[in-house]
Design a protein. Structure first.
Length: 216
């Protein structure tokens, strides 16, 4: 009898901690095109929701409260930390960023799907606290390409160098991610992200309740 058939298969399903609901975390060095990839991916997959993070940094031109971020004061952010309101939080470039634990719990319990845009530090904390997530790292085609993208932003040489140094540290974290997408052509990168999402929705562990009907 096949290892995954009959009684053995059902036991494996019962022992799984995963549920039908899950989240996808996308991380990338600054300037890699992560935001554009995620934005276009969500247009193709409207059933996945974006988890809006909290931050203490001020809004940039064009950013909207509750859409891009929840913008709060540092004191309010620290109150949420003390109250256990964040599934993960991190500091980046002098500002605090955090993911609401209530939102993640709500969607997972209801079988929903969430997309999170996180730095590697926050992603690692989330991986430790929430089993069953899908972690994806986006890389540029090369370091020279990343340098050129950052130069086109018009930032000072000091800021560009700081971002490059941070990028090198972040890229070292790729070893524990589940998937890697190399953003050489943005349409291909979007297709890769969509393909991962579709495949993850079909994992047998996530379909446990529906499969049990056939295993009675």
């Amino acid at each position: 009898m096949n290892r995954w058939s009959g009684h053995n298969f059902k036991v494996a399903m019962d022992e799984s901690k995963a549920t039908a609901g899950f989240f996808i975390v996308v991380s990338a060095p600054s300037g890699t095109g992560k935001t554009s990839i995620c934005r276009e991916f969500m247009k193709l997959c409207p059933d996945i929701r974006f988890s809006v993070s909290y931050t203490t940094r001020p809004p940039r031109p064009g950013e909207k409260e509750g859409v891009d971020y929840h913008f709060i004061s540092e004191s309010s952010f620290k109150e949420k930390i003390e109250g256990g309101g964040f599934a993960e939080w991190t500091e980046n470039y002098g500002h605090l960023y955090g993911t609401s634990s209530r939102i993640i719990d709500h969607f997972i319990r209801r079988g929903g799907h969430l997309l999170l845009d996180l730095e590697p530090g926050g992603a690692k904390a989330l991986k430790m606290n929430y089993p069953g997530g899908v972690f994806i790292f986006v890389l540029p085609p090369s370091l020279d390409d990343l340098k050129n993208r950052l130069n086109r932003r018009g930032e000072t040489p000091e800021v560009i160098q700081k971002r490059l140094n941070n990028a090198m540290d972040e890229i070292k974290e790729v070893i524990w991610y589940d998937y890697v997408i190399i953003n050489e052509k943005i349409d291909d990168a979007i297709d890769c992200l969509r393909s991962i999402y579709i495949a993850e929705k079909s994992r047998k562990e996530r379909l446990r309740d529906r499969l049990e009907v056939f295993l009675q």
